[in-house]
Design a binder for this molecule. Structure first.
Ligand code: XIL
Length: 321
C-alpha cells in the first residue's frame, strides 16, 4: 500500500496518527491526513492554558474544531492532555491551593474537558510527564500538593467522565532505564487503587545521530522493544505518541538515509510488540516542527520536508509498517 495507516492496518494494528495545528493556508495538510493518517492529536488546543485560562472559565472553540474534524472525517483522536505541569496557567501553578482545593480544581477541569467529549476521544493522555529522568516523581504542583495519589485520582476522574482509553504519557521511556521503570511503577500504582489505566504512551522524541542535546544514536530495535514490554507486560496497551527523529541541521542525503533507517526501526519495534496499537508522529512537515525552537541547531525531524515532499524518512517508516 501507499498509505501509512493502511499499511499498518494490514499488519493488524489500529492507527497511524499525526499531531496537528490547523492552519487555514496549508491546504496540503488535510490531503496528507486523508491519505496517510487515521488519527490526529491536537498539538496544543486541549492543553490547560488553552481550555481553562482562568479558573472555571472554559474556552473550547479551538479544541472543538479538532474533535469535529475527527468525527466528520472518521479519524481517531488522541486527546491531549488533562493533567500536566507545563502549559499550565499561573493561576494553577502559583495559586497555593491546599490538597482538597487542588483536587477539586482537577475534577472540575476533567469534568468539563473530558466530559464535553465523553464519547468522542479515542484516547486521553490523562497524566503527562510525571517523571524525572531517574524515575522519581517530578516536583510539579500536582505532586508537591497532592502527592503520588494525584495519579490514581486523575485516572479515576477521567474514567468517571470519559469513555476514552486512558493513557499515561512520557518521554525518554523508549530505552529501558530508570524512567521506564518509573512508568511501570505508575501503571502498578494506578491498578493498586483499583482504577483503570488502559495504556502507556511513549512520546519518542528521538535523535538519529548524536546531537548536542545528548540525543542519539537511536536505541536499537531490541532496546525499544524491551522498553515497550516493560509496561505492556503489565497488561496495558502501548503506543508511540509523539514521534520525531531529529538531526543536526542542515540535513544531508547521508543524514536523511540514517534517519529513514531510524524510522523503520521504530516502526518495526512497535510491530514486534503485540500490544503496540498505534503510532503518532509529532507533526506533518518540518516547516512547523517544534524541534528547532527547543533544540538549537537540530531539526528536520519529520516525514515531510518544508515543502510537503515525502522524505526518505517517509519511505523508511512505510517499509517498517
Ligand atoms: C509542544 C508543541 O509541539 C509546541 O507547539 C508547544 O509550543 C509546546 O508543546 N511533549 C508533549 C507535547 O507532550 O505536548 C509537546 O508539544 C512536546 C513535548
Amino acid at each position: 500500500p501507499t498509505s501509512l495507516y493502511k499499511a499498518f492496518r494490514e499488519s493488524g494494528r489500529s492507527y497511524i496518527g499525526t499531531a496537528w495545528t490547523m492552519r487555514a493556508n496549508e491546504t496540503a495538510e488535510p490531503k496528507i491526513i486523508k491519505q496517510d493518517f487515521n488519527s490526529i492529536t491536537p498539538e496544543n488546543a486541549q492543553k490547560w492554558e488553552s481550555t481553562e485560562p482562568s479558573r472555571n472559565n472554559f474556552t473550547f472553540e479551538d479544541s472543538d474544531r479538532y474533535v469535529e474534524y475527527a468525527k466528520k472525517h472518521s479519524l481517531q483522536i488522541r486527546c491531549h492532555n488533562l493533567v500536566w505541569h507545563s502549559q499550565l496557567p499561573a493561576w494553577v501553578t502559583d495559586g497555593k491551593f491546599d490538597n482538597h482545593t487542588l483536587i477539586s480544581i482537577m475534577e472540575n477541569h476533567i469534568k468539563n474537558l473530558a466530559g464535553r467529549y465523553r464519547k468522542d476521544c479515542t484516547q486521553w493522555d490523562v497524566v503527562n510527564e510525571a517523571l524525572n529522568e531517574d524515575g522519581t516523581y517530578r516536583e510539579s504542583v500536582w505532586y508537591t500538593t497532592i502527592g503520588e495519589a494525584y495519579l490514581p485520582i486523575a485516572f479515576k476522574l477521567a474514567a468517571k467522565y470519559s469513555k476514552a482509553k486512558l493513557f499515561y504519557n512520557d518521554y525518554n521511556i523508549e530505552s529501558n532505564n530508570a524512567k521506564t521503570a518509573g512508568a511501570a511503577r505508575i501503571v502498578k500504582l494506578i491498578k493498586s487503587y483499583g482504577v483503570r489505566i488502559d495504556g502507556v504512551g511513549y512520546q519518542a522524541h528521538l535523535a538519529s545521530e548524536t546531537t548536542p542535546t545528548s540525543g542519539g544514536p537511536l536505541p536499537s530495535q531490541k532496546v525499544l522493544e524491551a522498553a515497550l514490554h516493560a509496561t505492556a507486560d503489565l497488561g496495558v496497551d502501548v503506543a508511540y505518541t509523539e514521534i520525531d527523529i531529529r538531526m543536526n541541521t542542515p540535513a544531508t542525503p547521508a543524514k536523511l538515509a540514517v534517519q529513514a533507517e531510524a524510522y523503520k526501526t521504530v516502526a518495526k519495534s512497535c510491530l514486534a510488540v503485540k500490544r503496540c496499537i498505534g503510532m503518532t508522529v509529532w507533526g506533518i512537515s518540518d516547516k512547523y516542527s517544534w524541534i528547532p525552537g527547543v533544540f538549537a541547531g537540530e531539526g528536520a525531524a519529520l516525514l515531510f520536508d518544508e515543502d510537503y515532499n515525502k522524505k526518505p524518512a517517509y519511505y523508511g517508516f512505510l517499509a517498517g509498517l
